[in-house]
Design a protein around this ligand. Structure first.
Ligand code: SAH
Ligand code: SF4
Length: 342
């Protein structure tokens, strides 16, 4: 018999087609989807509205194993929770659930590591181990719902990995996460953070025109290449041109990690302002999260404020992201699957 298919890799339509080949009625796919994604019941023998013989069949065809929680840490200051997971394929995944006053936002990973090697990023320094499957992406959300009994309101694809280097699995995962009879995440609730690679970006926007896009800029073209090797093969100018030509898409957010002595001077702010001014966008500044193993540091508050003052001269909205989960290495760029790497 062929190996069982991981159920979380499949859309409701795919489940229905597989069941059809086994003469199981098509509404059973709907029922399975509902057990998994609205009732958080993950063992098929508990699917009480499905006949016993069909439950046994389903258990034989599909694999319902969720990733194992290797470690769960909670930041005592801001209640951020970080999970280190290991999937049945042996992949290490980190996912972080951030707490706001009235809702949670989950940061999910799309790859085990990252191949793009941005110098300032811990994931980039850890290297690339492999792509996550759609189900490995989806099950990060299932784990947090199962454990905390709360469905995160927003999902940000900002954990380990570059989503557009794994675009087909990312698209499939969004199809599953957004299904109306399942978790039902609308496009206003999902943000994909990327370095901006044009071809897969178009593919993603073609499928989900309203999905949120955040682009990691971190420097104007000449400077960006020093921090982000991907600039040499996929220049950011292509993304700027794309968004100036295609105003029908939601405006993107440009993320800019501020690093002391590297890209945080008032001169850098002027250059950034001129560079993004042609595009309708939002600018999100992220003071660098330090890591003892990396040489970079955040700017002072005075430098940060001077930087913001200059950007505020432009027409685009500027926000600052104060990172959560610093004490448990759960903040942006602090994910590395480290405990599984040894
Ligand atoms: N690969 C994607 C998504 C993961 S990185 C991307 O690069 O967009 C998510 C964000 O974290 C990026 O904006 C990245 O620039 C930022 N980041 C990486 N390391 C960081 C650090 N040490 N401090 C603050 N932000 C960091
Ligand atoms: Fe990869 Fe994003 Fe980190 Fe760059 S910043 S190494 S693209 S995860």
């Amino acid at each position: 018999m062929s190996p069982k298919k991981l159920i979380y890799d499949l859309t409701q339509e795919q489940i229905r087609d597989i069941l059809k080949a086994h003469d199981v009625p098509k509404f059973t796919a709907k029922q399975i989807f509902s057990w998994l994604y609205t009732k958080s019941v993950f063992s098929p023998m508990d699917f009480s509205n499905i006949s016993k013989s069909n439950r046994e069949l389903i258990a034989n065809i599909f694999d319902f194993t969720l990733p194992e929680i290797v470690k769960k840490e909670t930041d005592p200051n801001d209640k951020t929770v970080k999970y280190l997971l290991r999937t049945s394929l042996g992949r290490a995944i980190e996912t972080v659930v951030m707490d706001s006053l009235d809702h949670k936002t989950q940061c999910i990973s799309t790859q085990d590591g990252c191949a793009l090697g941005c110098d300032f990023c811990l994931t980039g320094n850890y290297g690339f181990k492999g792509d996550l499957s759609p189900g490995e992406i989806v099950s990060q959300v299932l784990i947090s719902i199962k454990n905390d009994n709360i469905k995160p309101k927003n999902l940000v694809f900002m954990g380990m990995g570059e989503p557009l280097m794994n675009v087909d699995n990312v698209i499939r995962s969004v199809e599953i996460l957004s299904h109306e009879e399942g978790l039902d995440y609308g496009m206003r609730r999902i943000i994909i953070s990327t370095v901006g690679i044009l071809k897969p970006l178009k593919k993603l926007l073609n499928r989900f025109p309203k999905i949120g896009i955040a682009i990691s800029l971190n420097g104007v073209p000449g400077e960006r290449g020093k921090l982000m090797p991907v600039e040499k093969t996929h220049p950011i100018v292509a993304i700027i041109n794309f968004y100036t030509a295609h105003r029908e898409y939601r405006r993107p957010t440009f993320e800019y990690v501020l690093i002391k002595g590297v890209n945080s001077s008032t001169e850098d702010a002027e250059k950034l302002l001129n560079f993004v001014e042609p595009v309708r966008c939002k600018i999100n500044l992220i003071p660098y999260n330090e890591n003892p193993n990396l040489k970079y540091r955040p700017p002072s508050e005075v430098e940060l404020n001077a930087f913001i003052r200059i950007l505020n001269k432009g027409r685009n909205a500027v926000t600052v992201r104060r990172s959560k989960g610093k004490d448990i290495s759960g903040a942006c760029g602090q994910l590395s699957g480290e405990s599984l790497a040894e």
